[in-house]
Design a protein around this ligand. Structure first.
Ligand SMILES: [Fe+2]
Ligand SMILES: [Fe+2]
Length: 273
């Protein structure tokens, strides 16, 4: 039996009924955040563009992994995975355009970053790379299942439910083959290596999330503090200045620069005319 047929293929998965998203803390959080994250057609188009960028970046990494793999079985799996992710990127891009043709379709800097190749296999080695693929695909499958359920019967964007259902089914194949590879390595006596790889990927993800939350919190606190400084310090002094020296308050052009004031040239021309 080949490795591809040993895993659950998308064709097999297509025949299965929908499995509701597993009830976990992550799925509950995703479901709670969905109404805000997908609050308008424009926002939905931007989210889909973001997904397209991530899928495109993933496709490039899988292609590179296929190129670097000596083992034909791994090369075939990674290549098939790359083709799937490229298709997902196209599906998400098309859906974004269908939802909001006027949306800004140029990717943001954040999206460009995600659409780039990360060279994960070269940086981390095969076991950690597959551990990363397994955890990322599992997270992706759960996210798309939650969104499939959220958009089922959605009055404004009903077409998104079948789209997320299709992509979640295909992500299941990526989860299945990467889990199988990890299981094979465990059975071959490399359990400690697999455990360490999974732990390191989870730790890196946790650290990334912590930094992301820190950046967002820092941005928010900075805005609040600067607004307070403005209101508590600058505004009273400005009012005091206005009260004490009303003739010097407000914006004025210096007397010597009168000719350079806006409209001065027009006024001069009128006087001369
Ligand atoms: Fe995907
Ligand atoms: Fe995937």
């Amino acid at each position: 039996m080949s490795a591809l047929s040993a895993t659950s293929s998308p064709a097999t998965a297509l025949a299965r009924p929908h499995r509701p998203a597993a009830l976990s803390a992550s799925s509950v959080l995703l479901r709670l955040a969905a109404p805000l994250a997908w609050r308008s057609r424009r926002r939905a188009a931007e989210k889909l563009q973001g997904f397209a960028a991530t899928e495109a970046g993933s496709s490039l990494d899988m292609l590179k992994a296929a190129e670097l793999s000596d083992e034909p079985r791994l090369r075939a799996l990674f290549l098939r995975h790359a083709v799937d992710e490229a298709r997902h990127a196209r599906l998400f891009r098309d859906a974004a355009r269908a939802i909001d043709p006027n949306a800004r379709l140029a990717p943001s800097e954040y999206q460009k970053l995600h659409a780039r190749r990360q060279d994960l296999l070269e940086r981390h080695g095969l076991v950690r790379f597959v551990a990363f693929v397994y955890l990322a695909e599992r997270r992706g499958e759960l996210q798309f299942q939650v969104l499939r359920d959220y958009f089922a019967g959605h009055s404004a964007l009903p077409a998104l439910s079948p789209l997320f259902a299709r992509i979640a089914r295909e992500e299941r194949f990526h989860v299945a083959y990467s889990r199988r590879l990890l299981d094979e390595w465990r059975q071959a006596g490399r359990g400690a290596e697999v455990r360490s790889a999974l732990w390191r990927v989870r730790a890196a993800r946790g650290w990334e999330a912590w930094r992301r939350i820190g950046r967002m919190a820092g941005d928010l606190v900075g805005r609040v503090l600067l607004s307070l400084v403005y209101l508590l310090c600058l505004l009273p002094f400005a009012l005091l200045q206005r009260w004490k020296e009303p003739e010097r308050s407000g914006w004025r052009y210096p007397a010597l620069d009168e000719d350079r004031a806006p409209g001065a040239a027009l006024a001069r021309a009128r006087r001369q005319g």
